[in-house]
Design a binder for this molecule. Structure first.
Ligand code: BES
Ligand code: MN
Ligand code: ZN
Length: 507
């Protein structure tokens, strides 16, 4: 979809549909909506009087223009109470309205700068929210559908209507929104891709391509190099798979200082069968998405590079399958991680924390000053927070607060979970330094406490996206399937670091 900004009188726009808006309990119409209302002979105000347009959030009323305007239809998007309008509501309303119009066969849409000037929404941030809402809400994954009827229905063009003064800021906002939403959609594509396509090798190929396109440094380490670095935990998990594991590192230099301001580490299990501790077969197909954390950090760093954030960022993805096999690792085995700690395997299905242990050790060894890891780590986190909220497990409150602030900007809900040291007890092993399962109770927390052993004091936040990486149905700008969470939060976080640290950037 092409997103552009055009200076035109709204009543002259040629598009299949124009999106205007209405607010709950507001009697008068906004400027552009009033112009359209006039052209339609007062249709919108009459529907408001009759109570058919209430302005409630996510109510959309479609009016056919029947020749009164060059556009076929006008969609009146409800934005709720004016005083409560946020960027996230604009994203959601634009997404829902665009999907509705797509269902009705529209291919070109024009919209007013929704919400601009209300509360914290500026002209620029309105355009960003519109671009994000439209691109995220209209996302589809159809590449494996061969029948023609599944391929139809696409919005080709979205025009944001501008007056002459607004154009530069609308364009800047739209550009930013496009970069951010396309990054989230890249992560969605990778997660939705079946595991027979999205192998560790394929993830590495995508990393190399992203590096070429966006000017990142890339290294892909193979099994032999992992062995040299002592990544015994990651290699243990990879033992049962015939797909060669890959350890993927992308590096973005946004300022001239030496060192890595933040490492973003993502779990890259391209399929999690559970291994010898085999999972039940119901819903096992969803485990193709067990690399969602890895996809999210790859996508985020590519957007961070495009936005030229003045921060040095490293993205790290340990990638492998987790499968049972004659050579697979087994319960009772002891593995040695890169930092020298030994791990007793209780369940081969608690594989995520093993590959992350080596990735966290690697990031520390590279000198990362701060670390965020993103992982579909525990069913327990999904039990605790459902599919709405990502669990966050910090060892450092300042970094945690920055992540929460970034999540408020992105609209991706994140909630801080407890990290009391009492939970460490559950990970104690009789035969090794630690064991890889702390049992059922507090499973998301004991998994985080396991990871903490490999973080060793570096400021760090672990994000468990086991509940939020996939959606069961469309909801605002989230569509069924992969959500792309928390790509937009990671981008917002790094951009906020760029602002607060005021580094001697070179770009
Ligand atoms: N990838 C799973 C976690 C998961 C579960 C993600 C459901 C998304 C939806 C992870 O590797 C896993 O299997 N965790 C185990 C840990 C247990 C064996 C300690 C779990 O949560 O059951
Ligand atoms: Mn598992
Ligand atoms: Zn897993």
């Amino acid at each position: 979809m092409d997103i552009k900004v055009a200076i035109t009188a709204i009543e002259k726009i040629k598009a299949d549909a124009i999106i205007v808006n209405s607010f709950e309990t507001e009697k008068s119409l906004e400027k552009d909506t009033a112009t359209i209302d006039q052209a339609l002979g007062g249709a919108i105000s009459r529907l408001m009087e009759k109570g058919e347009i209430k302005g409630k959030l996510n109510e959309t009323v479609i009016i056919y223009t029947l020749g009164k305007l060059p556009a076929d239809k006008v969609a009146v998007a409800g934005l709720g109470k004016k005083a409560e309008l946020t960027h996230n509501k604009v994203r959601g309303a634009v997404a829902e309205t665009c999907r509705l119009l797509r269902n009705k066969g529209a291919t070109t849409i024009a919209t007013i700068p929704q919400g601009a000037g209300i509360n914290a929404i500026t002209t620029e941030s309105s355009a960003q929210a519109i671009a994000e809402g439209a691109l995220l809400g209209l996302y589809t994954f159809r590449k494996h559908m061969t029948r023609a009827e599944n391929k139809t229905g696409e919005i080709k063009e979205l025009t944001i209507i501008s007056d002459s003064g607004m154009k530069p800021s609308l364009e800047a906002g739209a550009k930013r929104g496009i970069i951010i939403a396309e990054a989230a959609n890249l992560a969605r594509d990778m997660v939705n891709e079946p595991a027979n396509f999205m192998t560790p090798t394929r993830m590495a190929e995508i990393a190399v391509k992203l590096a070429e396109t966006h000017g990142l440094e890339v290294s892909v380490f193979d099994q032999e190099q992992m062995a040299e670095m002592g990544m015994g935990a990651l290699l243990g998990v990879a033992q049962g798979s015939r797909q060669p594991p890959k350890f993927i590192v992308l590096n973005y230099k946004g300022n001239s200082s030496a060192g890595i301001d933040i490492a973003l580490i993502g779990k890259g299990i391209t399929f999690d069968s559970g291994g010898i501790s085999l999972k039940p077969s119901e819903k096992m197909e969803e485990m193709k998405g067990d690399m969602a954390g890895g996809a999210s950090v790859m996508a985020a760093i590519s957007a961070i590079a495009q936005l030229k954030a003045r921060v040095n960022v490293m993205a790290i993805v340990p990638a492998t399958e987790n499968l049972p096999d004659g050579n697979a690792y087994k319960p009772g085995d002891v593995l040695k991680a890169m930092n020298g700690k030994t791990i007793e395997i209780i369940s081969t299905d608690a594989e995520g924390r093993l590959i992350l242990a080596d990735a966290l050790s690697y990031a520390r060894k590279q000198g990362a000053k701060q670390m965020i890891d993103v992982a579909t780590l525990t069913g327990a986190c999904k039990v605790a927070l459902g599919d709405v909220t990502t669990g966050a497990f910090p060892n450092n409150q300042a970094l945690m607060d920055m992540v929460i602030a970034a999540s408020k900007e992105s609209g991706e809900y994140i909630w801080q979970m407890p990290m009391f040291d009492e939970y460490r007890e559950q990970n104690k092993s009789d035969v090794a330094d630690i064991k890889n399962s702390g049992g059922r109770w507090g499973g998301a927390i004991t998994a985080a406490k396991f990871l903490e052993e490999f973080v060793e004091g570096t400021p760090w936040v672990h994000l468990d996206i086991a509940g939020t990486d996939l959606a069961e149905k469309d909801r605002g700008y989230i569509v069924k399937g992969a959500t792309g969470i928390p790509v937009r939060t990671l981008i917002a976080l790094v951009l906020s670091m760029a602002q607060s640290e005021n580094k001697g950037g070179k770009k």
